[in-house]
Design a protein around this ligand. Structure first.
Ligand code: NAD
Length: 292
C-alpha cells in the first residue's frame, strides 16, 4: 500500500481521496477549507498541516485544484509541494488547467498531468477516465493508483498531452452539443417531433454522444439533465472554463478553431444570462429564446 499526499479536497478531490483510502492506501490530505478537511477526516483521510506537509514523505503526491494559477502556486510557490517531495515520489496533477501551466509545473520532475472526465458521479463511483501526459515510467508507477479512482486510464504522450486531450475533447463536446440543440430547435419550428428526429439522427450520420447519451430535450434519453430541468450534470461555468482553455491553447499553438470560438461566445452569453450553474445542454433554451 502506498503513502499518498492529496491536495484539494473539493467536489472532485474529496471522493477521489476517499476512494484511495478505501482501497487501503495511507492518504494525508490538505485543503484551504476547514470544512473540506473535516469531511475528509470522516472518510479516513489523515490531516496534513499544509500542502508541503501533505507532500512530505509520500510515494505519490496528487493535486485536484480549480485552475492553473492554483496549481502553479501550490507546486511552485513559497512553501510549495515541489520542494517538499521525496526525489523518487511520483507527482500527479488531476486538475483541468492550461497546457503551459501543466508543462511549467512538470519541468524536470517525474510528473503527470492527469485530468479527468466523468464528473462528481464518476469521482464518487471510482469510474473516472484519466487522460495522462508525462514520462512512461511515471505513468507505469501511477497506473494502479489511478485505477483506484477510475476505470479508463489512457497515456496520451509527454507532459501536457493529458491536458491537450481533455481540452480537444471538451471543445468537440461543446460544438456537438450546440449543433444538436440547433437541430432540435429547428425541428420544433418545422413541426417535427423530438422523438422522430431522435429516432432518425441516432441511427444516421447526425449521431453523437450529445444526442444519444446526453439528449438536450426531455424524453428520448430518460437520464439526461433535460429531464430534470437542466440540473447539472456538467455545469455551464465549467464548460465555459474549458472552452476558454481550448481557445487559449489554439491561439498560442496557431490552430484555427472558428467553431470553438463560436461555442465560447455562445456559452459566455448563456452563462451571463444567469445559467452558469445549470447544465450546459440547457443552451437549447437560449436558442429558442433568441428565435424570431
Ligand atoms: P472545487 O472548487 O470543488 O475544489 C477545489 C478545492 O481546492 C477547494 O476545496 C479549494 O478550497 C481547494 N484549494 C484551492 N487552492 C488550494 C490550495 N492552494 N491548497 C489547498 N487547497 C486549495 O473544484 P472541483 O469541482 O473539485 O474541480 C477541481 C478540478 O477538476 C477543476 O480543475 C475542474 O475543472 C476539474 N473537473 C471538475 C469536474 C466536475 O464535474 N466538478 C469534472 C471534471 C474535471
Amino acid at each position: 500500500m502506498a503513502r499518498i499526499g492529496f491536495v484539494g479536497l473539493g467536489n472532485m478531490g474529496l471522493p477521489m481521496a476517499r476512494n484511495l483510502a478505501k482501497k487501503g492506501h495511507e492518504v494525508r490530505g490538505y485543503d484551504l477549507s476547514t470544512a473540506a478537511m473535516d469531511a475528509a477526516a470522516q472518510d479516513g483521510v489523515g490531516r496534513a498541516q499544509s500542502a508541503a506537509d501533505a507532500a512530505r514523505g509520500a510515494d505519490f503526491v496528487i493535486s485536484m485544484l480549480p485552475a492553473g494559477t492554483h496549481v502553479r502556486d501550490a507546486w511552485l510557490g513559497a512553501g510549495g509541494m515541489a520542494a517538499a517531495c521525496e526525489p523518487k515520489a511520483v507527482l500527479i496533477d488531476c486538475s483541468t488547467i492550461d497546457v503551459e501551466s501543466a508543462r511549467a509545473v512538470a519541468a524536470g520532475r517525474p510528473m503527470l498531468d492527469a485530468p479527468v472526465s466523468g464528473g462528481t458521479m464518476g469521482a464518487e463511483a471510482g469510474t473516472l477516465t484519466f487522460m495522462v501526459g508525462g514520462p512512461a515510467e511515471a505513468f507505469a508507477s501511477a497506473k494502479p493508483i489511478l485505477e483506484a479512482m477510475g476505470r479508463t486510464i489512457v497515456h496520451c504522450g509527454e507532459a501536457g498531452a493529458g491536458q491537450a486531450a481533455k481540452l480537444c475533447n471538451n471543445m468537440l463536446l461543446a460544438i456537438s452539443m450546440i449543433g444538436t440543440c440547433e437541430a432540435f430547435a429547428l425541428a420544433e419550428k418545422l413541426g417535427l417531433s423530438h422523438e422522430a428526429l431522435f429516432e432518425v439522427a441516432s441511427k444516421s450520420s447526425g449521431q453523437s454522444w450529445s444526442l444519444t447519451t446526453y439528449c438536450p430535450v426531455p424524453g428520448p434519453v430518460p437520464g439526461s439533465p433535460a429531464n430534470r430541468d437542466y440540473k447539472p450534470g456538467f455545469a455551464t461555468a465549467l464548460m465555459l472554463k474549458d472552452l476558454g482553455l481550448s481557445q487559449q491553447a489554439a491561439e498560442s499553438a496557431g490552430a484555427a478553431t472558428p467553431l470553438g470560438a463560436a461555442a465560447l461566445a455562445l456559452y459566455r452569453r448563456f452563462a451571463e444570462g444567469g445559467d452558469a450553474g445549470t447544465d450546459f445542454s440547457g443552451i437549447i433554451r437560449m436558442l429558442r429564446d433568441e428565435a424570431r
